[in-house]
Design a binder for this molecule. Structure first.
Ligand SMILES: [Fe+2]
Length: 157
């Protein structure tokens, strides 16, 4: 029997939720670079840099989620197939106007946030440490979502 920090807890369900979270965070790293490279428009430089920041954050979320999975005696899958499973919407292979590129990222971040929120709620009665990780990642995802949306919005009158 493998070692785990939760010898008496039902960790199978926790592991089952963590791998899709890893998949989606990985997929976000690919989407972020795709948009970072191919967006065009007058505020290119700031949007280009913002997307790279999101990629760095998504790499860190991938690492934290995968390491929680391994801490729970699971095996983390960081393969290309895992990234493909984590699809959170469209990943355009074309030039994109800044508004479209950031809109695509906003949709993906919002979808990831919804899923993390559901998984955090489901982890509530099984493992507080895993729930805490979901909440930590969720808070960062929503902060990035706010920053992307702020780039797209106009002041309310
Ligand atoms: Fe770059």
């Amino acid at each position: 029997m493998g070692w785990t920090v939760l010898d008496d807890a039902p960790i199978e369900g926790l592991r089952a939720d963590l791998q899709p979270s890893v998949d989606e965070a990985l997929w976000l790293t690919l989407l972020g670079k795709q948009l970072h490279w191919n967006l065009v428009g007058p505020t290119f430089l700031s949007a280009h840099a913002q997307l790279d920041d999101i990629v760095e954050h998504a790499r860190s979320w991938t690492d934290d989620l995968a390491e929680r999975l391994v801490t729970l005696a699971g095996v983390a899958d960081g393969s290309p197939a895992a990234a493909a499973r984590g699809e959170l919407g469209s990943l355009p292979i074309s030039q994109l106007a800044i508004e479209d590129a950031l809109g695509t990222m906003a949709d993906a971040l919002a979808s990831f946030a919804r899923r993390l929120r559901d998984r955090a709620a489901a982890a509530d009665d099984r493992d507080l440490a895993t729930q805490d990780l979901y909440v930590e990642v969720l808070r960062a995802v929503e902060k990035n979502l706010w920053m992307v949306r702020a780039h797209l919005e106009h002041p309310k009158s």
